[in-house]
Design a protein around this ligand. Structure first.
Ligand SMILES: Nc1nc2c(ncn2[C@@H]2O[C@@H]3COP(=O)(O)O[C@H]4[C@@H](O)[C@H](n5cnc6c(=O)[nH]c(N)nc65)O[C@@H]4COP(=O)(O)O[C@H]3[C@H]2O)c(=O)[nH]1
Length: 862
């Protein structure tokens, strides 16, 4: 009656179909062992039970969500005890039971379940336990989850699965004729009531109270309901069937052993994992030391391994690079795209390794060359392929290769292409001229007197000069043209894509040659020394003049020789006839030595005449080669050859000696002598013995030194500015007179001339030729004469051929003359015969040219 006063307690209790414990009838009413047991308690306690119909998987979640107050039928597990409270007294004991189709072979243990499809109920404890057991014994099964026992057992019937696992307390097996029990049982557990943790402790205590009470009373509702529902399922409430006990014991034993094995295995696995990690650490350290790119990607393009080079290359920290995807890498470093290009090909079944060379910029912007090898690989443990990429950084070796190639094709001193590369360029250019109807040109450039510069200033200076020449040449030509050095002082300029009309092409080539002549003739500064150099140039227009590389260079060389023989510092276009000249030159070169030995040289004298009354006061000594078969050969032809092979030194000494002894002879014979002018070659001036040789001659002959006049050309002086000033000063100290020849044809400046210890200036015949009449020549002549007088120099005009020229020059205050108008170079006998009779008279009667002995003292004060 007390109870009746209390308001009824409402309980929401989980209801799900698990006959015969929990039975949802067809008509929707509830029955079953637990249902009636709980209702009996409820009646006594005054609870109002609201059965909530659910499928098993929903039961625990809803309880935890406080939508249910009580679960009336649930197996105990440690996991569940974390979030559920259980009552203490077990009502029933359940265990996992495996069922199979009635027609199937009965599996004797869980190993026999290997590879089978097995139905389990979602969230149901026996399903979970069976999975764990299989994992423990490494038995692979395919577990299929169902919502209800009925569905799970139904799947056996339809052969959708090979077996199903449920609680032994669930009796579908008994009335389902298609399934049968197996001896596979496991995990005996108490079946209890449960509530969400810390919610209904009093409720569970009340249930325990009833349970204890009823279990010891044979006539209690507990036993009545057991009779009603569980007869045949469990014979004895407390005792397992004997077979079950044994099986369980075996299973428990097995589990124990398995646990032990698992523990050992775990230890071993741990150790091996540690070893593996150590190993992999080592490998990582090693590959990080490799100065090349190493990485591996899996099928999805994710990096599973990468070394430091790779990380640096992509600009991603070492710690972050593994796990990056190809896309991440490309996003980070867009240039790297082509590293991954063929990756997909490699993942195909029949893929082979790929190798390619790529040039690529790394993140810091420097260009590298990588030799990329990609190898597909499949590990023992994974069936999906990966790709290992090794990028060997061949930037350095490529650079060496390039350098070696460069060295093979370039001159080390000037860095210009060498003959090898030049031949190749000409070859290509020839092919193009043929295809497009162009012309090309080769300019063979040889420096004048380079050998003497080298000998007198040393190789270092020579090398510097060559480098400067190379620089200047490069400024003259267009891009696409080639400047190359053949060696020594020989350069070649090759011009491409000139007009198809060879005449026009020739004009362009000549223009460039002119420019080269001009540019190379400008002053050089070589380690503090001012230096002048000129060049002789031979031009070939191809394919007109020659049609292969060798002939082109050969003929350009011939034209260059021709230019040289024409007086240097000029160019010449190849003509067939030049080949003859070159051959002749080679012949002369050989015979020149013999000529010296056989005394085949003779000297002619060309008189120099004063302005006032044609008085003879001196003569220029001009050399001739009396050739046994060719007769007299001009010095213009053989002197350049003699200069080249330095035969000019003994030849020049011979001339000096002849002249000095001739003067001595005249002085002895007549008591007087004209002064004699001797030409000096630049090669002689650079020869350090020149001064001592002349000094020795003067000592030997005891002639007044002022009767010897030395003549150097303006260009010679320019070539060797420093050296020649020194030598001229020394010569001057000896007392000889110095004269400058061909004045006006070089590039010398007045200031430069002032530094020279000169006595006389000779106006070049090229100007004399055009006066009177040509205003340019007239201006030059007037300037030169005016300048000479200002500087206190004598002035002589050479090449005077006519009366008009003479009159004009006299009018312009020129004081001395030489030329065909008076006489050509004549023999000694002719000179003596024609001029010596008057010599004495003229010398004495002309106040300006009084005593020959004192000639050098006389300065033109006018
Ligand atoms: N058209 C024309 N020409 C005239 C006239 N008067 C003289 N000549 C020529 O002009 C040249 C003058 O000598 P150069 O200018 O010193 O030029 C000389 C000189 O540079 C060089 N040479 C001659 N002998 C020697 C020598 O012993 N040593 C050196 N180093 N060079 C020499 O050879 C060059 C040529 O000598 P050559 O053939 O003898 O030629 C001579 C002479 O024959 C004229 O009225 N009209």
């Amino acid at each position: 009656s007390d109870l009746n006063k209390e308001p009824k307690r409402s309980l929401r209790v989980a209801m799900f179909n698990a006959p015969p414990i929990m039975v949802v009838e067809q008509d929707g009413t509830n029955a079953g062992f637990m249902v009636e047991l709980l209702e009996t308690m409820a009646e006594k306690e005054g609870w109002n039970i609201e059965w909530v119909n659910l499928n098993w998987p929903e039961v625990i979640p809803k309880t935890l969500n406080h939508e249910l107050d009580l679960i009336p039928f649930i197996a105990y597990s440690e996991d569940r005890a974390q979030y559920l409270d259980y009552n203490e007294e077990g009502i029933l004991t359940g265990w996992g039971q495996v069922y199979v189709h009635k027609d199937a072979l009965v599996p004797q243990n869980i190993i026999a379940l290997s590879g089978k499809k097995i139905a389990v109920i979602k969230n149901e404890v026996y399903g979970i336990k069976l999975k764990n057991l299989c994992d423990l014994f490494i038995i692979e099964c395919d577990f299929v989850e169902f919502q209800t026992y009925k569905q799970a057992l139904g799947a056996i019937e339809s052969k959708e699965v090979a077996a199903a696992v449920t609680s032994n307390l669930v009796s579908y097996s008994h009335d389902n004729p298609y399934i049968k029990q197996t001896p596979i049982v496991f995990e005996p557990r108490k079946v209890l009531f449960a509530t969400a943790k810390n919610t209904n402790a009093d409720l569970l205590a009340t249930i325990d109270r009833y349970t204890k009470l009823w279990r010891f009373d044979g006539s209690s509702p507990y036993y009545q309901l057991k009779d009603k529902y569980l007869k045949g399922i469990i014979a004895e409430e407390s005792a397992f069937p004997a077979w079950l006990v044994y099986t369980l014991l075996i299973v428990i034993g097995l589990l124990f052993v398995a646990a032990l094995v698992a523990l050992l295995l775990k230890k071993q696995v741990k150790k091996q994992t540690q070893d593996l990690e150590d190993q992999s650490d080592k490998i990582r350290q090693i590959i990080n030391l490799v100065p090349h790119m190493i990485f591996a990607t899996n099928t999805n393009g994710k990096l599973i391994l990468a070394n430091r080079y790779a990380a640096d290359f992509f600009g991603i920290p070492m710690s972050e690079i593994e796990g990056c995807s190809q896309k991440d890498l490309i996003d980070h470093h867009p240039n790297s795209k082509n590293i991954f290009e063929d990756e997909s090909l490699l993942l195909r079944r029949d893929a082979h390794a790929i190798q390619k060379e790529i040039e690529i910029y790394n993140v810091d912007g420097s260009k590298v060359t990588l030799n990329i090898s990609k190898v597909p690989f499949i590990t023992r443990f994974s069936r999906t392929p990966s790709v290992v990429t090794v990028g060997v950084d061949i930037t350095d070796s490529k650079e060496y290769e390039r350098q070696i190639q460069h060295m093979a094709q370039h001159d080390s001193l000037t860095e210009l292409p060498n003959r090898l590369l030049l031949n190749d360029r000409i070859h290509q250019s020839l092919a193009l001229t043929k295809r497009y109807g162009h012309s090309g040109a080769v300019l063979f450039i040889d420096l004048d007197y380079f050998k003497t510069i080298n000998d007198s200033l040393g190789h270092m200076a020579g090398d510097t000069l060559l480098q400067k020449v190379a620089e200047r040449l490069q400024t003259i030509v267009r891009e696409g043209d080639t400047v190359s050095r053949l060696g020594g002082d020989e350069f070649i300029v090759q011009l491409n894509q000139l007009s198809g009309d060879p005449k026009k092409a020739e004009r362009v080539a000549c223009k460039i040659a002119e420019k080269i002549n001009f540019t190379l003739a400008q002053e050089y500064n070589v380690s503090g020394n001012k230096l002048f150099s000129t060049a002789s140039i031979g031009i070939v227009i191809y394919p007109r003049d020659a049609e292969n590389e060798e002939a082109i260079i050969q003929r350009a060389d011939t034209a260059m020789y021709y230019a040289k023989s024409m007086g240097r510092n000029r160019y010449a276009v190849f003509k067939k006839a030049m080949e003859k000249a070159v051959v002749r030159k080679h012949v002369l070169e050989k015979e020149l030595r013999k000529a010296l030995a056989e005394s085949r040289f003779i000297i002619r004298y060309q008189p120099q005449i004063t302005q006032d009354g044609n008085k003879f006061i001196g003569a220029e000594a001009l050399l001739r080669w009396s050739h046994p078969t060719e007769g007299i050969i001009s010095p213009a032809e053989f002197i350049p050859i003699a200069e080249e092979n330095h035969l000019i030194i003994p030849i020049g000494e011979w001339v000096l000696k002849q002249v000095c002894y001739q003067i001595k002879h005249w002085l002895e014979q007549h008591g007087y002598s004209p002064f004699i002018t001797v030409n000096l070659s630049v090669v002689q001036i650079r020869n350090s013995d020149l001064v001592s040789y002349i000094k020795k001659l003067l000592d030997q002959t005891k002639i007044p030194p002022q009767l010897l006049e030395l003549e150097v050309t303006e260009t010679v002086l320019l070539h060797e500015a420093r050296v020649s000033i020194d030598i001229l000063n020394e010569l001057k100290k000896l007392g000889v007179k110095l004269s400058i020849d061909d004045f006006g044809t070089g590039y010398s400046s007045l200031t430069y001339l002032k530094k020279l210890p000169l006595d006389k200036l000779k106006i070049d015949r090229s100007f004399v030729k055009d006066v009177p009449g040509d205003p340019d020549s007239e201006t030059i002549i007037r300037t030169v004469i005016g300048m000479s007088l200002d500087m206190g120099l004598e002035v002589i005009a050479e090449g005077v051929e006519t009366k008009e020229q003479l009159d004009y020059l006299i009018k312009e205050h020129c004081s001395l003359f030489q030329g065909f108008y008076f006489d050509p170079p004549i023999s000694l006998e002719q000179l003596e015969e024609k001029y010596f009779a008057n010599l004495h008279k003229s010398v004495t009667s002309n106040p300006k040219v009084v005593h020959l002995e004192n000639y050098s003292k006389r300065t033109n004060k006018k």
